[in-house]
Design a protein around this ligand. Structure first.
Ligand SMILES: Nc1ncnc2c1ncn2[C@@H]1O[C@H](COP(=O)(O)OP(=O)(O)OP(=O)(O)O)[C@@H](O)[C@H]1O
Ligand SMILES: [Mg+2]
Length: 313
């Protein structure tokens, strides 16, 4: 039977000696969907991506991509995979256009078609005017866009992007996401890994990953709703002392620094909202504000690490 998913894994495991870098991962991506694999350094994101693109063999579990099962049908599947590695390499001495042509040759795209496709991708990536520039002379953000264009040369159905916005400035990041939205409209399935929580809001679904496991997955809005009314923002000076006072409140479960402020996760808001200002005043600290704020995905992830994540580490 045809699956509704372009990409799915079942209990995927990859071990390196005693380390379970990917530890029973189940994920599904539909056509037109962008799913984020979000987790800290060492969570297993790159290992998962490398399993999915066929660069590594799984220890156990299964992968199905565009109707092909691994490992048996990995060769057929390759034609449907566009992979942008975390540390991908372009040929720095070759021009932008020569890099695209090179990938076109690898995928054995006929010469005539290749020219047209290179031109289309250059336009898509906003690189037409830089076609003759050596790739090494591009900015970091432009290199990422060229990397993406190279990964699209063979018109894959599934895109695997491993931390594609790492080290890229905010403007270039924004442009990069716009390019991806265009691809989703065309029915591609996109799996993106990122360590940046603020990027996770862009995904149709996020999978929070830690120690090789998916802690939870869901629509960003729904994940945040889990902590509705349970995050207070505190701005008080000096912050270190304020943090200690907040943390000692019996109804405060966690305190972490969030930009210039503190985020307190509370079991209920009422008690801490009255007690903490009084305690701060007693200690002679300056209170600027303390009020409920909408939870962020970072709040959710920290919560997950402390609860569901317990025992994994
Ligand atoms: N080839 C390998 N041999 C041994 N251990 C490995 C290998 N590749 C990855 N690991 C280990 O597997 C774990 C997961 O690494 P991985 O690179 O998948 O994490 P990541 O989520 O991509 O992290 P980052 O955000 O830093 O890129 C780490 O502990 C890493 O050291
Ligand atoms: Mg990685």
């Amino acid at each position: 039977m045809e699956s509704e998913f372009l990409l799915e894994t079942h209990d995927l495991v990859k071990t390196f000696g005693a380390l379970r870098a990917v530890d029973g991962l189940n994920l599904q991506v539909r056509p037109g969907e962008m799913v984020g694999l979000v987790g800290p350094d060492g969570a297993g994101k790159t290992t998962a991506m490398r399993l999915l693109c066929g660069a590594l063999h799984a220890t156990s579990g299964s992968i199905r991509l565009a109707g092909y099962e691994y490992p048996g049908q990995i060769e057929q599947a390759r034609g449907e995979i566009g992979y942008l590695a975390q540390r991908f390499s372009l040929y720095g001495d070759l021009t932008v256009k020569e890099n695209l042509d090179f990938f076109g040759e690898i995928f054995e795209i006929p010469e005539k078609e290749r020219q047209q496709r290179s031109a289309d991708l250059l336009r898509f990536a906003g690189l037409s005017e830089f076609a003759e520039r050596p790739a090494a002379a591009l900015s970091g953000g432009m290199q990422k866009k060229l990397g993406l264009a190279c990964a699209l040369v063979h018109q894959p159905k599934v895109l695997l992007l491993d931390e594609p916005t790492g080290g890229v400035d905010p403007v270039a990041r924004q442009e990069f996401w716009q390019l991806l939205i265009g691809l989703l409209r065309g029915g591609s399935a996109v799996l993106v890994s990122t360590p940046y929580m603020d990027e996770a809001m862009r995904f149709n679904r996020v999978i929070f990953m830690n120690h090789g496991k998916a802690l939870t997955q869901g629509i960003p809005r729904n994940l945040m709703a889990r902590l509705a009314d349970r995050i207070l923002e505190l701005d008080a000076e000096p912050q270190m002392e304020a943090k200690a006072i907040a943390a000692s409140d019996p109804e405060v479960e966690d305190v972490h620094t969030f930009g210039n402020y503190l985020h307190l996760r509370v079991s209920t808001a009422e008690g801490p909202t009255t007690r903490i200002p009084a305690r701060l005043a007693e200690a002679g600290l300056k209170l600027n504000h303390l009020y409920p704020v909408p939870p962020t995905l970072e709040d959710v992830f920290i919560h997950l690490l402390e609860t569901e994540g317990a025992g994994y580490g």
